[in-house]
Design a protein around this ligand. Sequence first.
Ligand code: NAG
Length: 278
Amino acid sequence: MFTQDGIFVGILMTLLNWPIFVPLLASLAYLFFKNRPANPFTVQQFFKTFNVGGHRGSPIKQPENTMISMEQAKKEGADLIEFDVSLTKDGIAVILHDDTLDRTTNFTGPVRQYLFKDLSMINCAAKFAPTQQIANNDASNIAATQAAMPTLEEIVQWSKENNMKMLFDVKDSDAILVEQLNTLFDKYDLYETGIVCSFFPIVVYRIKKLCPRILTGITWRRWCYSFADLASTVPRFKGIAHYLAIIIDILNVWSIKSWLPSFLGVDMILTERADISE
Ligand SMILES: *[C@@H]1O[C@H](CO)[C@@H](O)[C@H](O)[C@H]1NC(C)=O
């Protein structure tokens, strides 16, 4: 006796035996889950006046990711600032590159272990040393010895007041952060002056899903999952994990060069200069 389920299973079995079925299913999933790109006009507005960006501010002359570093970048003629967004234990978005506070501040450990109020005494200039050449040649530049950790909103306010574009480098895919970015874009009308970028496709995907108007970018580097350094000499993992990471890297580069950017709906691809041929 035929039941509806029986017919369904029968059709499925027939399709599975059909060589085109798997690619067909993959294509349908691609089309179904794909994000839409931003309005081309907005994209044009953003890139029209973007010439020079200050990566973490001006980190050679002032401590990276601090307010004074952003001011320095502006003085040097940048029209965009790039900065890194992290979260505290109580979900406050702050500006910090690493997962931990050790390299740049006089605190230690992961930033996510601290409440925002416990960071009020932090010094983000504690480990900063300007290179000798700069220190000797530039008497006008006095490097800060004391700098607070800016909140994301402080940086956004400063950028709005100073007519600077912003590139948000987001490390954390926490839904709270995605929600906060959405709120900030709305509150300060950043749709033509801000772009949210990440190494992690999931961050970009979530932002674009929540708000298709926000400009986004995907960052990539060859061997970024398997090696910790730019020259690809320091493996992140040992043994089998290292080889798995290499496979992920190969799939990542293939995806970036084929379907991933349009699937995520990104407006920009950020690459490492060493990955560009001469
Ligand atoms: C970090 O530096 C600030 C300012 O210089 C200081 O008040 C604070 O006590 C220092 N904290 C630690 C843990 O060294």
